[in-house]
Design a protein around this ligand. Structure first.
Ligand code: FES
Ligand code: FES
Length: 162
């Protein structure tokens, strides 16, 4: 078919070869070609954070990222976070601290937290608030989300012995 490009994406450690139009976003390819629907489609304008994935460990809005640009990079989605059926510590903290209600925003917040803690394992509340700018939640009022992120940071610090 015309206007289709063969691209190869490494998602959660697995390589996927897909044929896509050059203008297709990473969000569309993840959801529609690969069946990974954890990244949610909402504003599609970079305003809400529900489509967040990690590229080389950093949070990006996949609705604004062309799939072709993601070739050769490590893409991580929420589906790749738990290992062997065990939730990642950040996911556990969101559950335990009530940072999840309807859950629509949660994959984005969890991956944004992972990106933050990759760069700054000991964030202040201000650091957390700054890192979560651009992530919207209509249910929780944000307090429990901030508590969940603080809890994840503290548990991970404890695990690493620092
Ligand atoms: S859907 Fe990407 S930021 Fe809202
Ligand atoms: S938990 Fe419902 S939008 Fe955040």
């Amino acid at each position: 078919m015309k206007n289709l490009l063969p691209i190869s994406l490494r998602v959660n450690g697995e390589t996927h070869d897909v044929l896509v139009p050059p203008w297709r976003t990473l969000l569309e390819v993840l959801r529609e070609h690969l069946g990974l629907t954890g990244a949610k489609r909402s504003c599609q304008e970079g305003q809400c954070g529900t489509c967040t994935v990690l590229i080389d460990g950093k949070a990006v809005n996949s609705c604004l990222y062309l799939a072709v640009e993601a070739q050769g990079k490590d893409i991580q989605t929420i589906e790749g976070l738990a290992t062997g059926g065990n939730l990642d510590q950040i996911q556990k903290s969101f559950v335990q601290k009530g940072g999840i209600q309807c859950g629509f925003c949660t994959p984005g917040f969890v991956l944004a937290t992972k990106s933050l803690l990759n760069e700054n394992p000991n964030p202040s509340e201000d650091d957390i608030r700054t890192a979560m700018v651009g992530h919207l939640c209509r249910c929780t009022g944000y307090v429990q989300i901030i508590e969940a992120i603080q809890d994840a940071a503290s548990q991970l610090k404890h695990e690493s012995g620092n």
